[in-house]
Structures are given as C-alpha cells and as structure tokens.
Ligand binder design. Structure first.
Ligand SMILES: CCCCCCCC(=O)SCCNC(=O)CCNC(=O)[C@H](O)C(C)(C)COP(=O)(O)OP(=O)(O)OC[C@H]1O[C@@H](n2cnc3c(N)ncnc32)[C@H](O)[C@@H]1OP(=O)(O)O
Length: 227
C-alpha cells in the first residue's frame, strides 16, 4: 500500500482560536478516514490494556513495542493541540476533541445527529469510561452532555460556550449502549438554555440543564436544514 504525506497545513490567519485551513474537503475527508482508523485501534488498545490478564513479561514486551510505535508517530507532529479548523467550503474538523475527535482515542467518539428538535447521539461506552463498578463515571456523563448540549446550542450556525452546567444523576448509568439528547428550551439575547439527558434501555439516568453563551461579536449564520 502506498502512503501519502498529509497535506494539512494551517494558513496564515486565525479567528478566535478557530484556524482557517484551505485544505479541500475531499482531502480533509481522506485524511480523516486514515486517522480515524488509527484512533479506533488506539481505543481497542485502551480497552485491551484495562482488561488484559497476560503475564508480566508479555506486558513488558507489548509496552516496548508500543513505545517504538509512538516514536514513529512523533517523527512529524503538530506543535500543539489540533484545535478547530475550517475551510472555504465551511467544512470544519476538530480531530483532537475529547468527545468527537476523529483522531482522539479517548473520545468514544460521539456521532452527533442534528434534528429539528436539537441533537441526539447513540454511543456504546466500555471499560475506559467506568467510575463506580459497571457504571459510567459521573464526570464522563458531564463531559458528553456538555458537548452535545453545546452543539445543540450552537446548532451548526453559531458558536456557543458552556456558561453553567447543572447535572442531576437520577440513578447509575450502566456501561453499554446509551442515548444522549439535547434540546433548546429558551433563548435570551446571547444566552441559550439547553436541556440534556442520558438514557439507557430503561429510561433517563442523568438530566442536565445548561446556559450556553454566544460570545459577543461572533456571527450567527442562517439556519441550515437538519440532517
Ligand atoms: C460547536 C461546538 C460546540 C462544542 C461545545 C462544547 C462545550 C464546551 O466545552 S465550551 C468550553 C467550556 N466553557 C468555557 O470555557 C467558557 C468560558 N467562559 C467564557 O468564555 C465567557 O465567560 C462566556 C463566553 C461564557 C461569557 O462571556 P461574555 O460573552 O463576555 O459574557 P457577558 O457579556 O459577561 O454575559 C452575557 C450574558 O451571559 C450571562 N453569563 C455570562 N457568563 C455566564 C455563566 N458562566 N453562566 C451563566 N450565564 C452567564 C451574563 O449574565 C449575561 O446575561 P444577560 O444578557 O442576561 O446580561
């Protein structure tokens, strides 16, 4: 198989931490698929590491093999975190994001669907997200809800940051298949009020309320059709 050099290079200017990058969408998507396949294997590695019971010597051999692989990836690196990039075709990508990042092996990753009411995502959380035995860590629940509620507030037409997030943990959230939801319940000037939830097959486990703020001076685009 032939390898291709990544052609992703930030252009000179930045706006509010969002980096304009004139890589064409087709190239972004080609590279995204490549890096996503690596992150998927990293995710498997994390799960395998947590659950392995192989002998100590084998653990040490695997550690050494992995250290050599890390060195290969370090041959060419971004100078800092991946950030959020966008091109002239309005394609944006945030491959390092802790929740949705295609290159991030610690992101589940969440695949968020925008619909007419807000957003939802179906996800399966495994051993890497455990807090209490067999249950999702409360901070992970907050992390995932924060993101999906932020995307709900942003609605693919503006940027809104979390101002205040309030969680109510109604019962333990089991590891396994879950649904996350977010919907806008009110708007007041630059404040967007969002309700969110996590559910398992038996109903809601966590509810959240959030106030998301559109920073002053940032643009709002016309509403896009839902996907
Ligand atoms: C598209 C991708 C979506 C992904 C989303 C992921 C969600 C995230 O994790 S975002 C990261 C976590 N959040 C942050 O880091 C935010 C840090 N805070 C900030 O940047 C700023 O404080 C920010 C933008 C929230 C508000 O700043 P600023 O625009 O100056 O607010 P300001 O002008 O003082 O206030 C505007 C209004 O918001 C209210 N407000 C300000 N801060 C808060 C807050 N923390 N909580 C509730 N309300 C607030 C004010 O009372 C004011 O209300 P009113 O219009 O009624 O007077």
């Amino acid at each position: 198989m032939t390898s291709r050099q990544p052609s992703l290079r930030a252009s000179a200017w930045q706006a509010g931490g969002f980096v304009r990058d004139d890589t064409p969408t087709a190239e972004v998507e080609r590279r995204e698929a490549v890096i996503e396949s690596l992150a998927g294997t990293v995710r498997d590695l994390i799960d395998a590491t947590i659950r392995t019971t192989v002998e100590d010597d084998e653990v040490h051999r695997v550690r050494d093999d992995l250290a050599a692989l890390v060195d290969r990836l370090r041959v060419s690196q971004l100078p800092g975190p991946a950030g959020v990039r966008y091109n002239t075709e309005f394609r944006s990508w945030n491959w390092g994001n802790a929740v949705v990042g295609a290159a991030n092996g610690i992101a589940p990753p969440l695949r968020i669907v925008h619909d007419s009411d807000g957003c939802h995502a179906d996800v399966v959380l495994g051993a890497a997200y455990e807090g209490p035995p067999g249950l999702v860590h409360g901070g992970v629940s907050a992390l995932l809800l924060d993101h999906i509620m932020g995307e709900t507030a942003s609605g693919r037409r503006r940027t809104a940051f979390t101002g205040t997030l309030t969680m109510r943990y109604r019962r333990g959230t089991p590891l396994g298949p879950l649904r996350l939801e977010g919907r806008i319940v009110g708007e007041e000037r630059r404040k967007i009020f969002v309700a969110g939830s996590i559910s398992d097959a038996d109903g809601v486990t966590v509810e959240a309320e959030g106030v998301f703020i559109q920073p002053a001076g940032t643009p709002t685009a016309p509403e896009r059709p839902s996907t």
